[in-house]
Write a protein that binds this ligand. Sequence first.
Ligand code: SF4
Length: 206
Amino acid sequence: MELTRRDFIKLSGSGLGAAALVNLGFKLPARAATEPLRIVKAVETTGVCSFCAVGCGTLLASEKEGDHLKIVNSEGNPDNAINFGTLCSKGSAVIQKSYIDGEINPERLTKPLYRAKGASDWTEISWKEAIDKIAKLVKETRDANWIKEDEIIGPDGKPTGKKVPANRTEAIGTLGSAELSNEGAYLYQKFARSLGVVYIEHHARL
Ligand code: SF4
């Protein structure tokens, strides 16, 4: 029988667990080995842990519930070259971003929130409204703070009168996310640079 690396980890994990219990004096009934896996009917999706910049790969098992899929299990992806199936304590609890004890996490945000200038409360707005608002503010800020040229300063610290193209804005900063894959992060910084943004950051550095 040919075993994939994933099958091997699954089998050796259950084997080691059983061996440890026997060593502790537990008598395991033979039927335990025949019980079906909890995720036997689940759909498996790969994901990326969003808690830090390491970007460990996860496997999410989901089952159909009504008209949507509900995540019933999360674990490390043994085929991911970043973590080879391992997760730290934060990554092991990544399912709690969506569900806690099988119920939707009440703290989870599913819609954009907007806090108007001077307001103390956040209000829910639609995605269209949020995206239109962001686009308008980016355009206005960029236009009002565009640096077209830089003047070259001489070795004596004085302006030389010579100018070089700059084409940037220093009035906008962007913040990437550990939720992004390498490819996503590449596109994000390309997009920011195409706008002339030079302050490109990542939340894991804050
Ligand atoms: S599992 Fe831990 S180390 Fe890996 S990305 Fe998540 S928080 Fe970072």
